[in-house]
Design a protein around this ligand. Structure first.
Ligand code: DHB
Ligand code: MG
Length: 220
C-alpha cells in the first residue's frame, strides 16, 4: 500500500541523503521510551529547517511546541552559535526535551519556557525581546492564527516562519470537518489569503507521518 511505500522511500532518502546525526535518533528513541506522542517532524523536514536556518545565518530561533526537542535539535544543528527559545505547555515534554538538548551538547543554547505558548508570546512581545530570525509553529492547531500573528510581531524583514501540519491529511479543503484542529488551520489559510506582509508557499508531504504539508513564509 501507499503508506508503506512512502515510509520505505523516506527511509531510503534518510539513508542516502538526509543522514541524521546520531543524537537525533537518540532523541526519538528517548521520546518514544518516555511515551511522548510520535508526532515529531520527519527527518527530511528537519533537515530542510536546518538548511534554511543555515542559509539565513540565523542566530535566534523560536519554536512554538517543543515536544521532545527533535525539531529543535534540527534547528540548532543548522545554526552557528545560535540560540533557541522553545515554548512548551507540558512540563513532562519540557523536561525530556531539556535532557535531549543537554545530551546533544546544546544545553547552553536553549531556553525552554514552560506554559501556554500564547501567554509566553504575549510576554515576549510586551518585553520587546529581540526579533527572531527563524520561527517554527508546530503546536496545537486551534490557535494557529494567533500563533502566526504573534510570530509576525516577533519577526523582522527576512525572518522565515515555518508552519507544520498545513495540509492535515487534506482535511483543509473538507468543509464538513469542523474539528477544532481543522478549523484552526483553516482560519490561518483564510488569513493568509489577505496577508500582504509575507511571501509564502505550502508544500504537501508524504512519508512516515502519512499525508501532510508545511508552510514556509518569508517576512517582507
Ligand atoms: C499532530 C500534531 C502535529 O504537530 C503533527 O505533526 C502531527 C499530528 C496531532 O496533534 O495529532
Ligand atoms: Mg507537527
Amino acid at each position: 500500500n501507499n503508506e508503506k511505500k512512502w515510509e520505505n522511500v523516506e527511509e531510503f532518502i534518510n539513508k542516502k541523503v538526509v543522514k541524521p546525526s546520531l543524537f537525533l535518533s537518540d532523541t526519538l528513541e528517548v521520546s518514544q521510551r518516555e511515551g511522548l506522542p510520535s508526532i515529531n517532524v520527519q527527518a527530511p523536514e528537519g533537515k530542510l529547517m536546518s538548511i534554511l536556518v543555515r542559509s539565513i545565518n540565523a542566530k535566534r530561533a523560536l519554536e512554538i511546541g517543543v515536544l521532545g526537542g527533535y525539531s529543535g535539535l534540527w534547528i540548532l544543528s543548522g545554526m552557528k552559535n545560535g540560540k533557541l527559545v522553545g515554548l512548551e505547555k507540558s512540563e513532562k515534554h519540557a523536561r525530556i526535551a531539556t535532557e535531549n538538548f543537554i545530551r546533544a551538547g546544546y544545553g547552553e543554547d536553549v531556553n525552554i519556557i514552560v506554559g501556554e505558548a500564547l501567554t509566553s508570546l504575549n510576554n515576549m512581545i510586551k518585553e520587546h525581546v529581540q526579533a527572531f530570525d527563524f520561527i517554527l509553529i508546530d503546536a496545537d492547531k486551534k490557535p494557529y492564527l494567533h500563533y502566526f500573528e504573534r510570530a509576525m510581531e516577533l519577526s523582522h524583514p527576512g525572518t522565515i516562519i515555518y508552519i507544520d501540519n498545513m495540509v492535515w491529511n487534506g482535511e483543509i479543503i473538507n468543509s464538513e470537518n469542523e474539528s477544532d484542529d481543522n478549523a484552526g488551520i483553516k482560519r490561518l489559510y483564510d488569513h493568509l489569503e489577505i496577508e500582504e506582509r509575507v511571501e509564502a508557499t505550502v508544500i504537501q508531504t508524504v512519508g512516515s507521518k502519512g499525508y501532510d504539508g508545511f508552510a514556509v513564509l518569508r517576512v517582507l
